[in-house]
Design a protein around this ligand. Sequence first.
Ligand code: NAD
Length: 289
Amino acid sequence: MAIVMDTALLVKNMEEEQKTNVAELLEIGITPTLAIVRAGEKKDSLSYEKSMMKKLERVGILCKSYAYPEDISKEEFYQNVKDINHDDSVHGIIILQPLPKHLQSWDLNYLIEPRKDVDGTNPLSIGEIGMCKIFCEPSTNVPCTAESVMRILDHYNIELSGKDAVVIGASTVVGRPVAFLLLNEEATVTICHIKTKDVKKMCKDADVIVVAVGKKGFITKDFVKEGAIIIDVGINVDENGKVCGDVDFDECIKIAGGITPVPGGVGLVTTAVLAEHVINCALKASANE
Ligand code: NAD
């Protein structure tokens, strides 16, 4: 029977350290501040913004909402974000996705300057994850969800060096950075995606499975080796309106060595990592003043 890798204690420890760091910043007159940028009033974005603000404000981070109309022009939206980059009272910026189609373009990725890019969306960030541990310590932030996966593995002392890890999902915010981070810890990494011929075959011998697909019940017991560690990143809503992950938890828990629950796993740590990134950006900015 697997251990349930819940993340309440990890998050509590992170929040305590964050409160100490915020107190130090407040003493020198700096309030760590996150700018949350959105265009439009999508229900999902609004509830994500509200819950993010609640959690960040709990550790003393000030959240400023920059809400623009859905039909704002691309020029105006991009200029506004550039202006926030130059506002010294803001230490981190996050743009809520998905943005309206007319605002999406490749240069959007470069809009947030790396020093304020708290969710590691700038291509420089993923580039550094690919290069680091080998050449240097990164100067940018890792995408929060990807870092959250690694924090959980570390919290539960999961050895990665020499282990076989399978990442299912290849998005730039989750799958790809997680794969790089696992590689940096000397795991042998396989990335699966929608075109992978046989995901089950790839998983069957894996010591660690990280799944970020967005499909309820995607990982069944047939995918899992006895004792494997499963990190479930997926967020789905089941037929009863309950939040669930990509893993058939009840089946897999009988075979795996450890498994993260949804809710109560990766998602909780993701927001705590975001808070940490905002505070670290504020600390770096204060050191450069
Ligand atoms: P995405 O849609 O950008 O990417 C999904 C990936 O899954 C793609 O690479 C796709 O190729 C792959 N995929 C889809 N169907 C597949 C299949 N049948 N077999 C193999 N691969 C398949 O999604 P994302 O932004 O990476 O998010 C993935 C999931 O993680 C979603 O449920 C999302 O809500 C969740 N998520 C959770 C957090 C968190 O903090 N817990 C943060 C971000 C995303």
